[in-house]
Design a binder for this molecule. Sequence first.
Ligand code: GLA
Length: 517
Amino acid sequence: MRHWVATIARVLIAASAVSGATASPATTARLEGVWIFEAAPANPGVTMMELDRTAAGLSGRVTTQWYGPVEMIDPVIDGTRLSFATRNINDRANPTRRWTATLGPKGITLDGRIWESHVVQAGRRGTVAERRARTFRFAALPPLTRLVPDGLSATPPMGWSSWNKFADRIDDKTVRAMADAMVSTGLRDAGYRYVNIDDGWQGARDAAGVLQPNAKFPDMKGLADYVHARGLKFGIYSSPGPRTCAGYEGSYGHVAQDAKTFASWGVDYVKYDLCSGEWFYADADTVRRSYAEMGAALRATGRSIVYSLCEYGRFDVAAWGRSVGGHLWRTTGDITDTYKTMAEIGFDRNPKFGHAGPGGWNDPDMLELGNGGMSSDEYVTHMTLWAMSAAPLMMGHDLRQTDAATRRLLENPGVIAIDQDPAGVQGRAVRSEGDTVIWSKHLADGTVALALFNRATTPTSIDLRPIDAGLNIITAIRDIWTSKDIAASRTQFAVPGHGAVLLRVRGEASRLSKSGQ
Ligand code: GLA
């Protein structure tokens, strides 16, 4: 009997070698089973491949540290090669990606792509126990709950965050130095209060699942105390996915536990960044519920924690950000230290989002002032746009190197007052002509902030019209950047290329309504 089976197998192998089309049962069987990848280097961090044959045919998955199990689509074996597709993320033009696993003398070589990563990894055969140990444990999302406002962030939060300057090259010593510089530069007294660690602080979880900081942050509670002792507040960062955008441990499956850990350290601000969570939460319902889960967990700690939603403006986040406990929500992808990106975000993208006001703010991302990539006129535009937008003002430079010019831009009390105005109105464009754009923002004391922007590279003159402010006559004008009152009769303003003039005007609107704001 055995002899016959062996003979049939040999014939099949020979036949398939001739046709080159179908794999022999022997080769097929050699690709089936569990394959273990010891080194799981970069994104997505492949740890295991499983291939099973059922009555319905072949099925399998590649388990990753970032996205959990990535199911094979249409697995096919051809000789010593398995090929299959996987769902891709975040790329409408390429919704699937091709993978292969090729059998060699020592195991398999897996080759495939997901999102921006190219995987080439060698795998060895695994045991049943290894399969069990590496099987991804899904975490169920709780049903959607609504949180009532908690009174935090009556005005847009102001502070500093590590990402724009330091990315994940951040440590305890640098954060302490930032807290010191926040005080010595006068930035704290100008209104900047939060000292936030973005991605890159996380280590591993302990045996009880409690997330530990990495070696660069030996004492998180001590660091929070240091920040608090300087009259400042302390912020931290996590993700609803298994991995953060820079590949560190996320809160997936540990949401309530992480919220408690943050509260126990004395955290006052949490930025929650979708990152690998977008694999699991890819539609409006699940994204919202995943943000609600952390929102409720932060509330349950009993500590007052500002909650910053970072899902890049997907699924109309402004409409539901508050109901999941959010105090600010990103409206865009990442800013860069260039006029082009800053202007696209500030002029074009963020204004599409409504719902801003006391307790909840549209967040066009952190500031780039002080990082050196824009001209001083461009930084004036950056700061003017953010203030007119009632945007959170999170500095993103090395505070120790705040030069006098940057300080003047960041500390101007008139600009900060417009951003922090208690009415909480998000300004908007009221007139655009070619490259000139005029924005208005109605303020709590009845005055109106008017920003005259020049998006061209050459200087221009922009005329001021009372109607831009919803007024029929202007009776007083203050130039905010020069901190000078100017004649109420003035109607022409010189604006440098890529620059801005910021005015606060008073007037009468007897026959006009303050429409639209
Ligand atoms: C994303 C966010 C950034 C920053 C990085 C950290 O790109 O949008 O603001 O937090 O992740 O990895």
